[in-house]
Write a protein that binds this ligand. Structure first.
Ligand code: SAM
Length: 276
């Protein structure tokens, strides 16, 4: 493992601070700093950027982000056992790491960065809250949102749903929401053995950049049509969207009632939502 910053190897940090992984907190740590740098590099240049990281744990990804020149990292960690290890990183990079102890689901992300610097979110997310955090960031009230990009690690299955387009088995509500507001792409896979302890499944890093001008559409209406349509994804739309107006609604949106939800593009879902 190449040293990237003169700090001790992560394996030593974990044993010195007694950070045995807790399953309930989705703790699967990355110890290879070359790999964490590869994840951080997926976000593009970090010069002058404030990075928000959720779940720094012992700090492998945090160290990579700082070593690549981010102006500052604001890291939110729920497990207080990790704080002493993160304090060592903070001492090594004075004034560049701020750690907030708490539940990321309760943080107001839009107001975290106050110095006007560009914001990127980079995280190896805890599996139990990852999708909810992503949806919250996508539903940001102001658009373009407070961040320039999201570079996130998920279970591969979730990554495939994020980047899925129509006619793909993984396409569903999450794919429509991501495709509507962002350009989302799969960056690379990470095998279970890269983590300590190894999870059961392969993980993937996905990268999302906000679209400047998403199709005008009310998010509540879009969520209603995708919920109803994908609730019965194998049925024809005239059946699955019956509760929202069925054939009359589809005629108004100029969509063939014999089609199925998974064949509709994001643009067609927006049209349906706008006809509600
Ligand atoms: N970033 C580290 C790495 O890549 O090795 C750790 C990633 S581990 C998959 C997820 C981290 O998120 C853990 O450190 C866990 O304690 C933290 N975590 C879990 N739930 C959280 C929550 N609701 N808010 C903030 N952090 C959370």
């Amino acid at each position: 493992m190449a040293a990237i910053d003169g700090l001790p190897p992560l394996r030593d940090v974990i044993s010195r601070h007694g950070l045995d992984a807790k399953k309930a907190l989705g703790q699967n740590f990355l110890l290879d700093l070359n790999l964490t740098q590869k994840i951080a590099r997926t976000a593009g240049s970090l010069e002058g950027v404030t990075v928000i990281e959720v779940g720094p744990g012992p700090g492998g990804l945090t160290r990579a982000i700082l070593s690549l020149g981010a102006k500052k990292v604001i890291a939110i960690e729920r497990d207080s056992r990790c704080l002493p290890a993160l304090a060592e990183i903070s001492n090594h990079y004075p004034g560049r790491l701020e750690v907030i102890e708490g539940d990321a689901l309760r943080v107001d992300f839009e107001t975290l960065v106050t110095d006007g610097s560009p914001v990127k979110i980079i995280a190896n997310l805890p599996y139990n809250v990852g999708t909810q955090l992503l949806v919250n960031w996508l539903l940001s009230k102001s658009w373009p949102p407070f961040y320039q990009s999201l570079t996130l690690m998920f279970q591969r299955e979730v990554g495939l749903r994020i980047v899925a387009e129509e006619d793909d088995d993984h396409y569903g509500r999450l794919g429509v929401l991501c495709g509507w507001r962002t350009h989302a792409r799969m960056a690379f896979d990470v095998p279970p053995q890269a983590f300590t302890p190894p999870p059961k499944v392969t993980s993937s890093v996905v990268h999302l950049e906000p679209r400047e001008n998403p199709i005008a559409c009310r998010v509540e209406a879009l969520e209603r049509v995708t919920q109803v349509a994908f609730g019965q994804r194998r049925k024809m739309l005239r059946q699955s969207v019956k509760s929202l107006g069925g054939e009359a609604l589809l005629a108004k949106a100029e969509i063939d009632p014999q089609r199925r939800a998974e064949t509709l593009s994001v643009e067609e879902f927006c049209r349906l939502a706008n006809c509600l």
